[in-house]
Design a protein around this ligand. Sequence first.
Ligand code: FAD
Length: 449
Amino acid sequence: MEDKQITIIGGGITGLATAYIAAKSGKKVRVLEASKTFGGLLNTFEIGGNRLEYYYHHFFTHDAEINWLIKELGIAEKFFFQKMTMGVFRKGKIYDFNSPIDLFKFSPIKFFDKFKFGLSSLFLGKVANWEKYENIPAIDWFYKYAGKTSTDALWKPMHDVKFGPYANQIPLAWMVGRMKQRLGSRNGGDEQLGYLHGSLKTLLDALLKALIELGVELINESPVKELNIENNQLSGVVTTQSVYEGGKFVFTIPTLYLKDMVKDKAPSLFAELDAIEYFGAVCTILEMDKPLSEIYWLNIADEGFPFGGVIEQTNFIPKEKYNGKNIAYLSRYFAHNEPIAKMSNDEIEKLMLAKLGDIYPNYSREQIKKVHIFKTMTAATVCDLNFSKKVPNCKTEIKNMFLASMPHIYPDERSTNNSIRVAAETCKVLGIDSSFVPEGQSMSGKLGF
Ligand SMILES: Cc1cc2nc3c(=O)[nH]c(=O)nc-3n(C[C@H](O)[C@H](O)[C@H](O)COP(=O)(O)OP(=O)(O)OC[C@H]3O[C@@H](n4cnc5c(N)ncnc54)[C@H](O)[C@@H]3O)c2cc1C
């Protein structure tokens, strides 16, 4: 029985999906989660009588793994896809950015550069092999192949606000993953995004119910603090509540939080994990009595803005679902050494709201009725040049210790779907059958397994 025991550390979607696959294959599983609630970055809160993600979430049409899980859990009727609208804010103006016609109307890019922009995007999303582009900074490649004016007007400012001090170190390989994800979710010209009635809570509730039915022990408010490693073997993990011993241990927590636990007992593993950095993210959510615009997703491609995107949830999901409230996210990723990482919520609110009027001329502070701020220090790994060399092995040098977390998503963009792919690959390494999880277009789960 002891050999069958799997202890999963971290109850985000990677941990929960690993637990589901392992338990379905007959393993005895427990999940240790630090917080009160399971779900990690997928967590939600109550707003206007409905639920909303702390961090905006949606799925793509080619996300085979999430589609599978949703069907497995019997919630397919709650899952839907619909058209989204996108815009770009550049030099004081909002442009629609949904179709080739919109590209031709986008005046900040010169005529010939529009072709270069379109063709280079298609190349990355449909043709390019990421492995060839690991050591090429995306921004250099864009200046060479996507046209100077399109890089100046789009790629450069969007890179700067998203990646901050790492903007020149993001490999084109990562952009290949990102472009495949976005272009692959188009139906004709329109990009279709998926969402669940009742928010991602619908998914989490159904998953947790299924895990309980499968006999998985779900243990919350139990942060793992220490590892019992002797003679290169992990025999147990120590939480603030208890000690859990025996079997295999799968760490799905950010490597940032794991590395110090192995520092003394496994210095070479520590060195590997220490090389992986994370971006944080802050989402400032506005509850309003009128909308900011008619666009769902507005990229801010301009200098001097404290957020990189405005995502108006109620331009995707009708405001009637939130008792008539208009809801928008102001989204910002940050490096840990940027000033926003240390700001208080009040400071962030002040900083962000001060710039809204520069984008929306009809905006007034009075239209905002409530502000909610959510911040995480582990929103995404910093996938810098040649990141494949930094991806740690799922099976570590320590016996019984396995890793499955965000670095394993590379070169794809981190997502719920890709976390399930990583969970399925991890189960294979553990000797557990996961062949029933369909494999879609995900480029995750290929490195380190
Ligand atoms: C702003 C933003 C927007 C996003 N948009 C999308 C989107 O549109 N579509 C999409 O599919 N994905 C999106 N994602 C990505 C998606 O949320 C993540 O890829 C996914 O949730 C990662 O899951 P995870 O389990 O690997 O990590 P996490 O969700 O980070 O889970 C890790 C868990 O480990 C727990 N933990 C930490 N330390 C310990 C410890 N010592 N002991 C025990 N437990 C511990 C944490 O509490 C947490 O629950 C977005 C993410 C962000 C930040």
